[in-house]
Ligand binder design. Structure first.
Ligand code: F6P
Length: 402
């Protein structure tokens, strides 16, 4: 990462890490600020960041080096994508980092965030920096003034990345413009694609399963059945809930192409996007069976799924890993949307989306609790995602497992 303080680097780094981990890459953020706070203490004022303060500069360079050493060591263990989150504001500093990585055999891409919009910077300082341990118990106005001085210290020596330094992506004015240079290969290209769609505007994402279906009532998996009367009642309640939450505002509604989700979204009377990528996990030869029937007629399959639910693939069907892969375009669309989003989908698919949004390891997703007739409201912020679960009822009759 490259950029002056309060340019959203940590936000971008964390989002990237979440996306890449979810795609299956072992990814980790090495945040030099956290190393500094842990080793040198957190309450440092702007003098500490003055480039003419030789002692402090040496101490800062040392913690940056420790973080870099840790990242290089982590690559040897099992790391695939390391995100080195620091200002890296001079050419010389970036050369040291890049040389070290390249010598160890790693490809380097600089992700630089440039922003001169005073309003964005101010809001970033107030929303994130004031909550850092650096300013615990400090008067907010004095803290903002100090942070601005800190930025000014960095700005005095700041050199934007230039073409001679190798591959880079520059994000200019929070997604307003993007510049990519010498980006080659699959992963760097995905990275650019993802960054093109990223924005920091917080808005809620509502996840819900369809209302109870006729197959749910019988305990059958898959299929394309319609809603049970309880499922229809849920659809009506969902519409009332969303109307209260959103009122006249816009909301993007995504469903799968299966009837139970389309029927659930119908009472909302809002434009809906039907995604095949949101269809339920394909249970292949087991489609339409109950779990008990699978256990009796296909015991080896049943056992194999019990043993490794994440990687188990139904005969002529899918695994959770397959579901995650096909959801990628939905993820990018969720990141891109600036309005609230309601996703009406299915148990396995929503587990995968939830794992992404809550930054849970993908292999945990087959066991995440996503009950029927419950809306999961997630509001992403820079450092976390707030969760609220609202059970709208009625109580579903379905048993999800035998
Ligand atoms: O039972 C409802 C359902 O959506 C099925 O269609 C699907 O196969 C299943 O849930 C996914 O859940 P699990 O992975 O726990 O079997």
């Amino acid at each position: 990462m490259v950029g002056l303080p309060a340019r959203g680097k940590t936000h971008i780094a964390r989002r990237l890490a979440r996306y890449l981990s979810w795609l299956g890459y072992t990814t980790r953020v090495f945040n030099v600020g956290n190393y500094r706070r842990a080793r040198l203490g957190s309450q440092k004022d702007h003098h500490f960041f003055d480039p003419n303060n030789a002692e402090a500069s040496a101490a800062r360079a040392e913690v940056a080096q420790i973080a870099l050493d840790d990242m290089i060591a982590w690559f040897v263990d099992d790391g695939e994508v390391g995100i080195y989150d620091a200002t890296n504001s001079t050419r010389e500093r970036r050369k040291q980092v890049a040389d070290r990585c390249r010598q160890a055999g790693h490809q380097v891409v600089f992700v630089e965030s440039l922003c001169e919009d005073e309003e964005v910077i101010e809001s970033n300082i107030r929303q994130t920096k004031l909550h850092m341990p650096d300013y615990a118990n400090a008067d907010p106005e004095r803290a903002v003034a100090d942070f601005r001085q800190r930025i000014a210290n960095y700005a005095r020596v700041y050199e934007p990345v230039d073409a001679s330094e190798g591959s880079f992506v520059k994000l200019i004015d929070v997604g307003g413009r993007l510049e990519a240079h010498r980006i080659q290969g699959y992963l760097p290209s995905r990275l650019v694609y993802f960054l093109m769609n990223l924005h920091p505007i917080p808005r809620p994402i509502y996840l819900t399963r369809h209302g109870e279906s006729l197959f749910n009532v019988e305990g059958r998996i898959g299929g394309d059945s319609l809603l049970s009367p309880r499922g229809e009642a849920f659809a009506a309640r969902l519409s009332g809930y969303i109307a209260k939450e959103i009122s006249e505002r816009e909301i993007s509604v995504f469903t799968s192409t299966l009837r139970r989700t389309i029927e659930t979204a119908r009472p909302l009377v809002r434009p809906t996007l039907e995604w095949r990528a949101l269809d339920e996990i394909d249970s292949g030869d087991c489609d339409g069976m109950t779990y008990e029937e699978i256990r009796r007629h296909l015991p080896t399959e049943y056992e194999a799924r019990e043993t490794d639910k994440f990687d188990y693939r139904y005969p002529r069907g899918e695994s959770y890993r397959d579901v995650i892969r096909r959801l990628e375009p939905v993820i990018v669309e969720i990141e891109r949307e600036r309005t609230p989003i309601l996703v009406v989908a299915h148990q396995a698919v929503l587990r995968a989306l939830y794992a992404y949004l809550m930054d849970r390891p993908p292999h945990e997703c087959p066991r995440i609790d996503v009950p029927l007739h419950t809306v999961i409201k997630l509001t992403p912020t820079t450092y976390a995602c707030a969760e609220e679960r609202v059970h709208l009822g009625p109580m579903a009759t379905a048993l999800s497992r035998p």
